[in-house]
Design a protein. Structure first.
Lengths: 156, 79, 156, 79
């Protein structure tokens, strides 16, 4: 599924094929690949979580993601970025977000990957709904809004 | 003369809908927000929200035009 | 293939099944997974590389790897570490080294993963032989020897 | 009375073999290294090498015993 701009869609309702995502990075010819995966856990703040749902404002998530990729590529010596975020109902153990960076040297790949996941969590219009074992579910709204400048220093 | 409004997450839950059409065109995004917050009492300070018009983030004083689609973006929790 | 201590072998002559390596991390129940992959590039220092060979002193590579895992686990809040290094003949694009860390929070996973790959490259008895397109091959011996204390600050 | 010696990478290339048996037991790892470096001229300063006896890293002044397996570890290049 591609966005109108021909870029792969950042938001995906389908489970990721992580081998497929990884292949795009390895094929770039870079020597260092760093991948972050956010995995659905079975608890949050001491409460048992039975499942999650994510929703997104897709047009803005897509354009925001492309801006983050541009900025990461300007500020780090990296050769390729691949990212995807699930929406819809997720189960415990599902991959919610996948961010991979390929670079000639590993320090740039690590730095860009860590910056990108912080920026995704701080900025992109995606929301999590947690379904609890012991009561009704809830939307989470922890992150503060902020422009791209705020993202690198935020720990969300 | 109307604008379409998109709600997400808890704001959609509170409003009881993911979108609605407002049969008026307030002068700015801020005026539209004031109107909607009075109607729905979303429980978010405006300073915690962002606003997009026709899929682009804008300032609250951005003018609105007939047919605009306005998205109110509450604090995010992706990842 | 397991080492005598019952730990999976760090050194592997076979191509990695990266899905399999990843599964062990995701199954740990941690929310954040960070993976580093070192991929064989087609050049080094301006020369075209047609292939690589790695050799290792396996008993010491295995015991050294377990020590690095212990240290990473003591110094970072992480829940699982998985690592593997290829030996034998590798082709361009093959994964030479794979290091994955699972943790409750991503900052610990990033920090531990970056420390581990630096320590692997600085310390473990593994050697690379590069086969060049334009002449005979050569063993590489760049890294300085050093105890574990030297590893975190080294950029190899 | 002998020790077995293991060579790796360029040291194995220079020695023309991956291992050899020395029909003597030098008092220490340092003495064994001096003997071997004279024979093969490996091209590495001893300070660039590490040494393991029976799969454990040891200091150069570690004593050797009959039957020990001694591995000379040149600078590494994994990853």
């Amino acid at each position: 599924m591609n966005s109108p701009a021909g870029q792969p869609a950042f938001i995906s309702a389908a489970k990721f094929d992580t081998l497929d995502l990884r292949a795009a990075l390895v094929q770039s010819g870079a020597g260092a690949v760093v991948v972050f995966e956010g995995v659905v856990r079975d608890h949050h703040a001491g409460r048992a979580v039975v499942g999650l749902e994510y929703s997104a404002f897709e047009p803005l998530a897509q354009s925001g993601w492309l801006q983050l990729c541009d900025r990461a590529t300007r500020e780090h010596e990296i050769s390729r970025v691949v990212g995807r975020h699930r929406v819809g109902a997720l189960e415990i153990g599902d991959c919610a977000v996948w961010v991979g960076v390929a670079a000639a040297h590993r320090s740039a790949a690590f730095a860009a990957c860590e910056w990108l996941i912080a920026a995704i969590k701080a900025e992109l219009p995606v929301w999590k709904f947690e379904r609890y074992a012991d009561g009704p579910g809830a939307w989470r709204h922890e992150a503060s809004p902020g422009g791209p400048a705020a993202a690198p220093t935020m720990q969300v | 003369m109307s604008v379409r409004v998109l709600y997400f997450a808890r704001m959609a839950e509170v409003a009881g809908r993911a979108q609605e059409t407002i049969a008026a065109v307030p002068a700015t995004a801020a005026e539209l927000h004031a109107l909607l917050d009075k109607a729905h009492d979303f429980g978010f300070d405006r300073g915690a929200l962002r606003v997009a018009v026709n899929d682009k983030l804008v300032d609250w004083d951005a003018p609105l035009r007939d047919g605009d689609e306005v998205a109110l973006i509450p604090p995010v929790s992706g990842g």
